[in-house]
Design a protein around this ligand. Structure first.
Ligand SMILES: [Zn+2]
Length: 143
């Protein structure tokens, strides 16, 4: 398994880099129910691995987690979040959130997800959203 790319945060702590994929179809969004901490409903996301760039990580992870192909993408936000932890014990993540155009039929990764479905804004408001995705959705004024 490749290791996540490691860096230093503004306050000099160990930091990982992450990509997130906002995938929209009509007026619904593709969310997974995460099988690993942090738990909750989330968009597709992962670490950027050592030796990998953010675009490769985005395309790889969307494929791995949903079987979808990224056809185009647009960077929505780039931000260092000093409250966002991961199961590897790192407590700061430098995020790149992309909006993606995709092709293919979603098929969930059974190891990493408990479910995967399309949700409207109204449905998203009622879900238990993983904190970092709650942060993005608020920023995007979806919830
Ligand atoms: Zn991490």
């Amino acid at each position: 398994m490749p290791e996540p790319k490691l860096g230093k945060s503004k306050d000099k702590r160990d930091m990982h880099y992450s990509i997130g994929a906002l995938i929209k179809k009509d007026s619904t969004y593709l969310l997974i129910d995460r099988a690993y901490p942090p738990y909750g409903f989330a968009g597709i996301a992962d670490h950027i691995d050592e030796g990998e760039n953010k675009f490769k990580a985005l395309i790889r992870e969307v494929k791995e987690e949903s079987n979808l192909t990224v056809k185009d993408y647009k960077l929505l936000f780039e931000e260092e979040l000093n409250w966002n932890f991961c199961s590897k014990g790192i407590r700061v993540h430098h995020w790149y959130l992309f909006e993606c155009e995709i092709s293919g039929i979603p098929k969930r990764n059974e190891r990493e997800t408990k479910s995967m479905n399309w949700y409207t804004k109204e449905q998203i408001k009622k879900l238990k959203i993983e904190p970092v995705w709650g942060y993005w959705f608020k920023k995007l004024k979806l919830i």
